[in-house]
Design a protein around this ligand. Structure first.
Ligand SMILES: [Zn+2]
Length: 621
């Protein structure tokens, strides 16, 4: 769908002087993206003619470049220019607290964070808790479905904007605690904001619901300069317009009726307290803008949309007004947001112009999709950061996998940590195609990062604390010996299992329960393996006494000792000796090697467990 929004750029013949231009060539063939060896950005090349509606279809409109415009700049230069032109880099992540942070949101936040850190700037968290209409689940789809049914798929791209014509704010969709939780998750993920609702900052408040007077000031000034107007149309009238449009396969749009009200009519209705919204007067003649990712873009909004609501009847702003006012007042230099906002950007630029403000640089990030190209549904619970956290995913593994599948880096490799992500980030390498996320690979990413963390003393402490919590949560009172919660015991276990486990949560699974809980087994289970259990138990206890000297056990040393031990039995095979030890230590018939289990548990715990075997046997007699 988004492909249809791209402005097609060049003719093959005219493309020649700039054929190494990444963007030019990408757009020139739509779906077929040419890879080029040295990507450079097209700069100062102003499009002279545009695909008017931005709609797709066979016809391609070309831009002509005059000779002075045929200049290519290296991506690095372009980047630096952007940086210098706009002074201090200030970027923001502005989620709506209608739900918890999900993987797509985390990725947007991450790119903003990396951008800020790369250029010594600030990363701002702002909660957009005023305009909920943009997130009505299923609303966009249902209109889209109807248009598809009507055979007008070319109109579906304007759906987002139409959702803003809602008269009423529905604050009921705000999820209590979601704002707090989003900030918690960013901190957990290692991308803490420099300014935020909780942490404050110079340009606060950072909750839109606490900035309402700023939006109404802006809306009033637009009305005073004639750039916005009061609209008194009833919801019923708007519904009717929408229904009529859909029935005839047209884009639902407001017909701008209230633009033409005389001042005295407006006064009268205001005096009568007729409910009203404020609409922004869309002008034609939109200026093109150079998106950091999508290149030159322009969307002649006035031709396809009715005048958008900027202030709703309840005094809450819509997204369009609020984000422009906030980005301006918070001195945001670069807006890096999801590509679903690309078509709205021209409208936002019109607002900047109407308010007399200098707009920020825009960069629209391609969508994050499932590997099969389907949408990462927010209703699919397992993409929430909390559920990854619960399942033992490491934040750095999540960050690594979301950047790995996407773009923005010179090369791809698994195992990058934050400093490396920042160092290797190159915004000119962000491509326009959607990033396909293969969550099936998360375990592999996690295993690599887990190993790195276990090898790092400071990072390891974090893991130890995490695991302590998980052990208590899963086993609780079953943990008879509190020594298993000691950091040195847990650290030993982590070292032994690294490279084998993909997540710390593996260690609290039943397979590893022996580490934390003393096992139970029946006399019959033991008797079935050997008739000399008592002898074997005594041999193991004696072996442990000999090893209690204080030095750490090693797997190699134990393997040798166990072979020797097995030879001291009279009618039990080595294999069965191992089975007995495994059963006594874990209550299981499978698992890691016996020597490894013994190293994890250590001599005193092994002795304790075999003493229990002896007690169990003596009770029998
Ligand atoms: Zn109206």
């Amino acid at each position: 769908m988004l492909l249809s929004l791209f402005i097609h750029f060049s003719t093959p013949s005219r493309c020649l002087p700039i054929k190494t231009c990444k963007r030019c060539c990408q757009y020139s063939t739509g779906r077929n993206v040419h890879k080029v060896d040295t990507p450079v950005l097209l700069k100062n090349a102003l499009p002279l003619a545009f695909n008017r509606s931005g709609g797709h279809g066979g016809k391609q409109k070309y831009i002509r470049l005059n000779s002075s415009q045929k200049r290519c700049f290296s991506s690095e230069c372009d980047e630096v220019c952007h940086h210098h032109e706009h002074g201090e880099v200030r970027v923001r992540f502005a989620p709506s607290p209608t739900g918890f942070l999900h993987l797509g949101g985390l990725r947007t936040a991450l790119y903003n964070y990396i951008y800020a850190k790369k250029y010594g700037g600030s990363f701002i968290l702002r909660m957009e808790d005023t305009d909920q209409s943009r997130l009505v689940p299923g609303a966009a789809e249902s209109i889209e479905d109807m248009l598809e049914w009507a055979g007008r798929t070319d109109l579906t791209t304007h759906i987002y904007t139409d959702l803003h014509t809602d008269l009423h704010t529905d604050q009921s969709r705000l999820v209590p605690g979601a704002a707090e939780s989003i900030e918690d998750m960013l901190e957990w993920a290692g991308i803490p904001p420099d300014e935020s609702p909780r942490g404050g900052g110079q340009y606060g408040p950072y909750l839109q619901s606490q900035r309402l007077s700023l939006y109404s000031q802006a809306a009033d000034s637009l009305v005073q300069t004639g750039k916005a107007y009061h609209c008194f149309c009833s919801q019923q009238r708007l519904e009717l317009l929408k229904r009529d449009a859909l029935r005839s396969g047209q884009t639902p749009r407001y017909d701008n009726r209230c633009r033409h009200l005389r001042p005295d009519q407006v006064e009268e209705k205001l005096d009568q307290k007729v409910p009203h919204v404020i609409r922004f007067r869309l002008e034609s003649g939109v200026e093109p803008f150079n998106d950091l990712v999508f290149g030159w873009n322009r969307h002649e909004v006035a031709q396809v949309e009715g005048d958008p609501v900027v202030m709703k009847a309840d005094g809450f702003p819509t997204y369009h007004l609020a984000n422009v006012v906030d980005d301006h007042l918070m001195k945001v230099s670069h807006v890096l947001r999801g590509s679903e906002w690309l078509i709205s950007t021209s409208k936002h630029l019109l607002l900047y112009r109407a308010l007399g403000w200098k707009p920020p640089v825009f960069g629209h990030l391609p969508l994050l999709l499932n590997r099969d190209g389907s949408k990462l549904s927010k209703r699919q619970g397992d993409i929430y950061i909390q559920s990854f956290q619960r399942s033992g995913a490491l934040p750095e593994a999540l960050l690594d996998i979301t950047t790995h599948c996407g773009s923005g880096f010179n090369s791809n490799r698994v195992g990058r940590k934050m400093e490396e992500l920042i160092a290797e980030f190159n915004p000119s390498k962000i491509t326009t195609h959607s990033a396909l996320l293969d969550l099936g690979k998360l375990a592999e990413f996690n295993k690599i990062h887990l190993q790195q963390r276990i090898d790092d003393a400071v990072q390891r402490d974090w893991l130890v604390r995490d695991l302590q919590g998980r052990i208590q949560e899963v086993y609780g009172t079953q943990v008879q010996d509190q020594d298993v919660l000691q950091p040195d015991y847990i650290t030993r276990v982590l070292h032994l299992r690294k490279g084998h486990i993909s997540s710390v949560s593996d260690l609290v699974s039943s397979e590893y329960s022996y580490l934390w809980v003393r096992p139970s087994f029946s006399d019959q289970q033991m008797a079935a393996l050997s008739s000399e259990i008592q002898h074997i138990a005594t041999l193991v206890i004696r072996l442990m006494e000999g090893l209690k000297g204080g030095e750490e056990l090693t797997v190699d040393q134990l393997s040798v000792e166990l072979k020797t031990l097995a030879k001291k039995t009279s009618n039990t095979k080595y294999r069965d000796v191992m089975k007995i030890i495994r059963l006594a230590l874990s209550g299981l018939q499978q698992g890691p090697s016996v020597a490894e289990m013994m190293v994890s548990l250590g001599p005193s715990e092994i002795t304790h467990r075999f003493n229990r075997v002896l007690q169990q046997l003596s009770r029998q007699h």
